[in-house]
Design a protein around this ligand. Structure first.
Ligand code: UD1
Ligand code: MG
Length: 452
């Protein structure tokens, strides 16, 4: 089949400079959701009709399999589909989707395509409040006759609760003739795509309907209110899938997944966590409340306490991280590593069983196994122009409040005294410190306040 995605609308009610179809749900543009679903159906041709914010829309959604059809003026949904005609392949069916209806499932669309095999099919739903939508007008035998828009409907037609979702499949071979027949002599002065239904009926083509599993599948976004509602719906759906797959969630209403979250068995996620990009949680991983994990792999049995922020990091098994730990891009932690509060690690590899439990900055470092990084340790990796590396070999003990001025190496088993500013390599197995000797001035008095 061909798929045409209508995305030319401006979205005035979004009150935004960003074109409507680029607003995100789960961190991904509305139209990108539609494109991804469309792609999963393997269309012969995928055409996006664009208009408002054309350059930004094209640049953001660009992909080699997308053909672009410009609709400079929005003269209606029929006019929009007409702009796509030159791009359509000879495939028998053409499926029309809306770029601002992000959550339709591929399963629903497959049912619609099936229903439209030998004619035309419309995705419809019965709504408690159908106002604003086009109504499905059926005859006494229940056959679809036509669609009437709200603004053109009689009172009797307005009472119809079955509405047109806008998603439709039609015979490609009839399209160009039908497009030529559309008129704009209606209440909105637009070329309505919906008018092809009556044309198909007049030709004796079967017109069928299909329904989605859930109403949310066909809800569109016209305002920030609807955007927020659909975001919650989508997150609820994702949380539901996790629960069914065995993940324990402290509250399925308080998790946000903006990408792909994969998991092993017995994983637990506490409230308020945000997962972005690709996150992998292996067996028995526990994520405490209010953590943000982006493109992170976490090894089995690792426990992450509250308020951690990790990005582009690989964490080994059986680790203990946080609360308040920050892992920045390029961090690789081995097994059983401990990273505590207010520790920031960037582009560093840390070996098994090493610990940095309090207040430290570790950047551009290579740290061996069983290393103890004392509180307040800082790798001075940047001289204002270039970055340098710090190497700390196995079994090193670094005293508190130490600065390692890179490039510098601490040999295996070395100990650095507290307060050291290390500017030269520290030899293996020895104690190195740069602290001035402690002095006591006996009999020294604090200054007294002068009497007036
Ligand atoms: C349309 C349907 C209506 C249906 C409703 C579902 C028609 C005539 N009416 O009405 O039966 O109940 O959707 O939401 O089709 N678009 C363009 N170019 C245009 C006009 C629209 O690309 O010239 C795009 C919009 O960006 C949007 C979609 O088509 O994604 C629907 O447009 P919208 O104006 O929301 O249609 P409605 O008038 O609500
Ligand atoms: Mg409209």
């Amino acid at each position: 089949m061909n798929i045409v995605i209508l995305a030319a609308g401006q979205g005035k009610r979004m009150h935004s400079n960003l074109p409507k179809v680029l607003h995100p749900i789960a961190g991904k543009a509305l139209a990108q959701h539609v494109i991804d679903t469309a792609r999963s159906l393997a269309p012969e041709k995928l055409v996006v009709v664009y208009g408002h914010g054309g350059d930004v829309v094209r640049a953001t959604l660009a992909a080699p399999d997308i053909a672009w059809a410009e609709q400079a003026r929005q003269l209606g949904t029929g006019h929009a589909v007409a702009q796509a005609l030159p791009h359509l392949g000879p495939a028998a069916q053409t499926l029309v989707l809306y770029g601002d209806v992000p959550l339709t499932t591929a399963a629903t669309l497959k049912r619609l395509l099936q229903a439209g095999k030998d004619g035309l099919a419309i995705l419809t739903v019965d709504l408690a409040d159908p106002s604003g939508y086009g109504r499905i007008v059926r005859d006494e035998s229940g056959q679809v006759r036509r669609i009437v828009e709200q603004k053109d409907a009689t009172e009797a037609e307005k009472a119809i609760r079955e509405i047109n979702t806008g998603i439709m499949v039609m015979p490609t071979a009839r399209l160009s003739e039908w497009m030529g027949k559309l008129k704009n002599d209606n209440a909105q002065g637009e070329y309505y795509l919906t008018d092809i239904v009556a044309l198909a009926v007049a030709e004796g083509l079967p017109v069928r309907t299909a329904q989605p599993e859930g109403e949310w599948e066909v809800l569109g976004v016209n305002s920030k209110v609807q955007l927020a509602e659909l975001e919650r719906q989508h997150q609820r759906n994702l949380a539901g899938l996790l629960l069914v797959a065995g993940v324990r969630l402290a509250d399925p209403e308080r998790i946000d997944i903006r990408g792909e979250l994969s998991h092993g068995r017995d994983v637990f996620v506490d409230v308020g966590c945000v997962f972005e990009g690709r996150v992998e949680l292996a067996d028995a991983v526990e994520v405490g409340p209010y953590c943000v994990l982006k493109n992170v792999k976490v090894g089995a049995g690792t426990r992450i306490a509250a308020f951690c922020h990790f990005e582009d990091a690989v964490i080994g098994p059986d680790g203990a991280l946080g609360p308040y730990a920050r892992l920045r891009p390029g961090t690789e932690l081995g097994p059983e590593v401990h990273v505590g509060n207010f520790v920031e690690i960037k582009k560093s590899v840390i070996g098994a069983q090493s610990k940095a439990n309090h207040l430290a900055y570790i950047g551009d470092a290579e740290i061996g196994q069983r290393v103890n990084v004392g509180a307040g340790t800082i790798t001075c990796n940047y001289d204002g122009a270039n970055k340098f590396k710090t190497v700390i070999e196995d079994d090193v003990f670094i005293g508190s409040d130490t600065q390692l001025v890179a490039p510098v190496r601490v040999g295996r088993g070395a100990t650095l005294g507290a307060g050291t500013t290390l500017t030269k390599d520290a030899p293996a197995g020895e104690l190195t410190f740069s602290r001035p000797r402690q002095v006591t001035l006996s009999g020294w008095q604090r200054p007294q306040k002068a009497k007036k």
